[in-house]
Ligand binder design. Structure first.
Ligand code: NDP
Length: 428
């Protein structure tokens, strides 16, 4: 369990190599997932909307439920993208350099997400006060918006594919297989001038859209039942907090796997614009129709679980982030212990990074569980998030592990020997 492997990661080829080979398995996987993932999201929505939140029996008849885009959904989608592009471009923010890219240079990013986050809510509140739109508009247009977002991503990713190919920059990880390259993308940091497409789609329209859809679903519950229930308040507050916290520590995204190592293609773009806003909202969608209450001790326990998860998640990420900036800064009141690798980087062995190798994932998973529990146990669908997220983080940890093993060799082995657990202390 603790020995590093040199196995290729299943989706990314060989991340440290400039030109990975698309294996038959990788291409087949991309060919299956490109249609299967959108179908899965439609299936989840159909189950929520037409089957009272219970998994619908898969059948051809469900195809009749597929929603067409509407003029309203197209307007909302394009307006939302345009609004956030404008905020990203025009709002002031700290200029921060990313980690070194292939040629050793560093790209500059403007960190104005915190301002954009609050300005978005100010604008939405103003729009509601002026009755420019109804609070339930996103809940009502959920299906058509899902189709609009899917169509946009498929077309936009053709552009992304062409963008990277056209530039043909050396150092970009492209395999030469069109399907695999469409799936993973052909450019690490596609930019239009200074406008960074990957950071924008990773961090703005889908992420804030997730919370906006949640709140619209809460408004829908209010409209239908005359009140917003405690479970709905919990779910919306947890999500709101999670995303607000992201913007508060926005700079940390620059050292994440996606920004540093992943090309910007269908996989990321679809994840940002479809998967996040349309599946992370499943709990709120489910609660619109399921208006149960929670005992005070149940609600308190769930809040506590979320707080514990948050504390671990945030503190672990901050410990690494601060350690990278200043390796002498004390952790838990003591000078940090670390391994100096042959490459020169330091691997932290103190704090959460000495408890398990990805305690940040563990904290994230605890929070994910707290988001599902308010829905109680009448259906498995609200637990889709924790189910998927566990698979994602286990898979992600293995990819990261394989890459660190290649990068740090024996130093990584030594770290793994000192910190034997991957994610869950004492268990995994
Ligand atoms: P990490 O922030 O854990 O970054 C992993 C990298 O950290 C490694 O590649 C290595 O990079 C460095 N590293 C590993 N071990 C050490 C160590 N002991 N000391 C110092 N550096 C180390 O992973 P992610 O980028 O995947 O995740 C960031 C956060 O985002 C997590 O909290 C995760 O839960 C969350 N997340 C949330 C998602 C969601 O949908 N809600 C999706 C994905 C992630 P290097 O060698 O280059 O320094």
């Amino acid at each position: 369990m603790t020995s590093p492997t040199t196995a290729q990661d299943s989706f990314g080829g060989t991340p440290t190599a400039p030109r990975p080979t698309a294996t038959l398995f990788n291409v087949a996987m991309a060919m299956v997932l490109l249609p299967a993932l959108p179908i899965l999201v439609y299936y989840l929505w159909i189950s929520l909307e037409f089957n009272h939140g219970l998994p619908a029996v898969p059948s051809v008849a469900l195809l009749a439920r597929l929603p067409a885009p509407t003029p309203a959904s197209a307007l909302i989608f394009v307006g939302w993208l345009g609004f956030h592009a404008l905020l990203q471009t025009c709002l002031p923010g700290k200029s921060v350099e990313g980690t070194p890219i292939g040629d050793g240079s560093r790209l500059k990013y403007t960190m104005n997400g915190w301002l954009a986050w609050w300005l978005t809510w100010a604008m939405i509140t103003a729009g509601l006060a002026l009755r420019l739109f109804q609070p339930t508009i996103l809940a009502e247009q959920f299906g058509p918006l899902l189709t609009t977002a899917n169509l946009f991503v498929f077309v936009f990713c053709l552009y992304l594919y062409w963008f990277g190919k056209r530039r043909g920059r050396s150092g970009e990880r492209v395999s030469g297989n069109p399907i695999y390259d469409f799936w993973l993308g052909t450019a690490l940091n596609p930019r239009l001038g200074n406008f960074d497409l990957k950071l924008f789609f990773e961090a703005r329209p889908g992420l804030i859209g997730w919370v906006a859809v949640d709140l619209s679903l809460a408004a829908e519950q209010q409209a239908r039942c005359g009140a917003v229930t405690v479970p709905m308040i919990l779910v919306c507050s947890f999500h709101f907090w999670y995303v607000a916290d992201y913007y508060l520590h926005e700079e940390a995204i620059l050292t994440t796997w996606d920004i540093k190592h992943e090309n910007f293609g269908w996989m990321l773009c679809w994840g940002d614009l479809v998967w996040v806003p349309f599946t992370y909202t499943i709990q709120a969608y489910y609660l619109v129709e399921h208006t149960h209450d929670l005992p005070w001790w149940g609600a308190t326990g769930i809040v506590f679980l979320n707080l514990v998860g948050y504390a671990i998640f945030r503190d672990a990420n901050l410990q690494k982030h601060r350690f990278r900036k200043d390796p002498t800064r004390p952790i838990w009141g003591r000078p940090p212990r670390y391994i100096r690798t042959a490459r020169g980087s330091l691997l932290l062995v103190s704090g959460w990074w000495g408890v398990a190798r990805h305690m940040n994932y563990f904290g994230d998973l605890l929070m994910g569980l707290a988001w599902c529990l308010p829905c109680l146990f009448g259906s498995p669908l609200p637990y889709f998030y924790i189910f998927y997220f566990t698979i994602l983080l286990v898979h992600r940890e293995r990819r990261d592990h394989a890459m660190c093993a290649r990068r740090y060799g024996d130093d990584w082995l030594s770290y793994c020997a000192q910190v034997p657990y991957r994610i869950v202390p004492g268990l995994y």
